[in-house]
Ligand binder design. Structure first.
Ligand code: CP
Length: 360
């Protein structure tokens, strides 16, 4: 166990891994977790989101240790199965698994039996037959991780499915905002850009509204999804998305915002003809310093990445004093540690499995 005074490490420090404390909610109630899989945040309670964020705090403490390793998931196998490119999500799941002591395999779909026509279902069953406990899936088709979850008893984590959901990105976004504001209740969060094709936006909407934030989404009408306006939805579709403010004027959207999140223009998912030109899009919807002057003086600027600088976000503000884009990336590791741990051990097991008896 390390001992520290005023931030200076003492001699006689042991290299033995330290346990991770079990999460505790801010209200002091016991942590809440009922999930076998992480598919989206629409089926997360507020308490479950807070459980993830609180455990992420503990995981950050692990990452700050001189030797960032704990045995929580020793004997556990995590497989990254990415059918689409990724830098942040894939690398952070790999790091998260390794810090927790799991065996981590990142399968290269381009050189796997998928190229011989093996289906997603057969692929996840094959990985489970080799002992995979958690399978992290990114797929171009919306719903692919849901299909996988129905055909395996491994835990499936959705690392982004088509234009549908990206729950682990949303949780790291929530964590990053909460680390600055403490409480998101009443905070105005403006999401600007290609809302239609953004799986991040959809998952963020569920998480932000669950934590009490006021969300405004803004983009050109062709990049706002049909059915976004709850007042125009039929009764049976009322639960399709949480209620949000909708704007097509970026200045009105940013006015008074505590957080401005620029979203990538997802040209790979767009059909032709949605925008007159990239130049015109940037002219009307690029997040610039001039436009950010309308936000709160202490606003945060976020972007889930990868970003197209000069299109949805100006280069100077992406690297400016309000930007917390790199913090988002950093926090991704701890959030994914928390999720892998909760899936493997449950809320009660996260403390017990790290040195206090249990499944270490
Ligand atoms: N934000 C995000 O999902 O980034 P990657 O595509 O690099 O994983």
């Amino acid at each position: 166990m390390t001992t520290e005074t005023t931030g200076t490490r003492q001699t006689g420090v042991s290299d033995a891994p330290e346990p991770v404390a079990a999460p505790e909610s801010p209200q002091g109630t016991s942590a809440s977790w009922e999930h076998d899989h992480v598919l989206d945040l629409d089926d997360f309670t507020t308490e479950e989101i807070l459980t993830v964020l609180d455990l992420t705090d503990r995981m950050q403490e692990v990452l700050e240790r001189r030797i960032a390793r704990v045995p929580a998931l020793r004997g556990h196998t995590v497989v990254n199965l990415f059918y689409e490119p990724s830098t942040r999500t894939r690398a952070s799941f790999e790091l998260a698994g390794k810090v927790l002591g799991a065996d981590v395999i990142s399968l290269s779909v381009a050189t796997s039996a998928v190229q011989k026509g093996e289906s997603l279902i057969d692929t996840v069953r094959t990985l489970r037959a080799m002992g995979a406990d958690s399978i992290v899936i990114r797929h171009a088709s919306s719903g692919a991780p849901y299909l996988a979850a129905r055909h395996t008893n491994a835990s499936i984590v959705n690392a982004g499915d088509g234009a549908h959901a990206h729950p682990t990105q949303a949780l790291l976004d929530l964590y990053t905002m909460r680390s600055h504001f403490g409480d998101l209740t009443g905070k105005r969060v403006a999401m600007i850009g290609d809302i239609s094709h953004s799986r991040v936006a959809r998952s963020d909407l569920w998480g932000l509204t669950a934590l009490g934030a006021d969300v405004v989404v803004c983009g050109p009408p062709t990049l706002l999804p049909i059915g976004l306006d709850a007042s125009q939805r039929p009764e049976h579709a009322q639960q399709a998305l949480p209620p949000v403010q909708i704007e097509t004027d970026i200045d009105r959207a940013i006015e008074g915002a505590h957080v401005v999140m620029a979203l990538r223009l997802q040209s790979e998912r767009q059909q032709g003809g949605l925008l007159p030109s990239l130049h015109e899009y940037a002219l009307h919807y690029q997040v610039t310093a001039e436009r950010l002057a309308r936000a709160q003086p202490d606003h945060l600027l976020m972007h889930p990445g990868p970003k197209n600088e000069g299109i949805e976000i100006a280069r100077d503000v992406a690297a400016g004093q309000h930007s917390i884009i790199e913090q988002q990336v950093t926090n991704g590791v701890a959030v994914r540690m928390a999720l892998l741990s909760l899936l493997a051990l449950g809320a009660d097991g996260t403390g017990a499995a790290t040195g206090e008896g249990g499944a270490a």
